[in-house]
Ligand binder design. Sequence first.
Ligand SMILES: C[S@@+](CC[C@H](N)C(=O)[O-])C[C@H]1O[C@@H](n2cnc3c(N)ncnc32)[C@H](O)[C@@H]1O
Length: 473
Amino acid sequence: MQKRPVLSIKPAAARSAAAAGKVKPAAHPAVKPVLQPFYKPDLKPDSLAYCLLAAANAVSQVKAGAALPQALSKVQIAVAPQARGAIQDLSYRAMRQLGRTQVLIGLMTSKAPEPAMLHALLCCALALIANVEEGEAAMPYDDFTVVDQAVSAAAAHPDLAHAKGMVNAVLRRFLREREALLETAMLQAEAKWNYPQWWIGAMQAAYPQQWQHILAVGNAAPPLTLRVNCRRSSVADYLARLAAAGMAATEIGPYAVRLAQPVAVNLIPGFDDGVVSVQDAGAQLAAPLLDVRDGMRVLDACAAPGGKSGHLLELADIALTAIDSDRKRLPRIAENLERLQLKATLKAFDAQSKVWWDGQLFDRILADVPCTASGIVRRHPDIRWLRRKGDALQLAAVSAKILDNLWQMLAPGGKLLFVTCSLWPQESEAQAAAFAVRSGAQRLAAPGQLMPESDAQHDHDGLFYALFQKNAD
Ligand SMILES: C[S@@+](CC[C@H](N)C(=O)[O-])C[C@H]1O[C@@H](n2cnc3c(N)ncnc32)[C@H](O)[C@@H]1O
């Protein structure tokens, strides 16, 4: 029997944030995933079986190299609208538990279940019944509902129907031998931490004291954090507005308000009118660090989807040029600025080149460069499974070229803020230190590496900040 109705699962915060166009994209290696169309099963769209099948489709695409938001958007187009929140939730849960569920499946089967969808279905179902961190009581379904619905899901799919007995046997065995299986699985770091082995080792090497805390924070569901538009409201007034709407929230930064319960963006008071935007509290440090003032010429060099562009424009009347190399992402900047009723010049160009530049120097430059996104894994739990060990160095080579190019566009006395959403030193501190030597820039005070945190007062992703000033002539 179900503990709660299937569709009572709240859409994850990541969904609301993605819908708001404020989530940073993961730079992703050029893998061509095999996108499987979602097979529409003969199941009720409000059943767990239907949602498990759809989530398994998204998860199998991630295993083939697709980013989860991209995989989910293909699935979501094909499914019944009322199931979308639950499918999103199941897919994100599966990503956060993938290390453990894969090891468990390995312990209970003699060879990897095929096709990939079958393996993914087992991962999605096990993520609901083998979640040690959240505990059984916090799970939205009871164990036997999950088994029953996973078997129904397999039975309803032509490629999986042959294996419905196997799905039943594996999941029931897990329930019977839960303690022993979990104990054996947890001996493997990948099952214990739910990250790839190389990632765990690299984090341990980079942060010998903090690696366990970093990995644990990255496994928690992210909060929904808002940035209050200081042109439109104070944080205190907005908190009062939320309270009047019956929504509990906490102030966690000069402009940052964290909602106690994530909600869809259309339910956030003032969102449509530009009073608030969805943005992590760590990302909200960028614009104030640049110290923009009225009349300045400012460049946001890797701007999409425009989260930090919007904040810069809220802080002062500046002439902002926002460029991004991905033409398809420029409309996201435009939509966000339109909602905020603010304006910038938008251009689709590569920040490594100068072909787009009119030769006029900028007073401030924001370089929020492409990176592995290893600091935002709680919002994008698929990233850890998609990245490869060498990605950080490859991306660092690109961002070094971006920094060297942008430095030539900065006015004497001007400031450049280098930002990554990564925890890997190769693309953050090592990059900043090497750039300071190459450019002769003066390094000003900035937070450096922000460790991801999630407690009552501090709740932010793992971003990196380095601020440079050009000597006045
Ligand atoms: C971390 S995201 C930027 C997030 C954005 N600053 C915000 O706060 O919403 C990095 C962006 O850099 C863009 N990008 C990647 N390579 C680039 C390049 N060579 N030149 C310009 N933009 C690039 C990506 O398309 C992506 O939108």
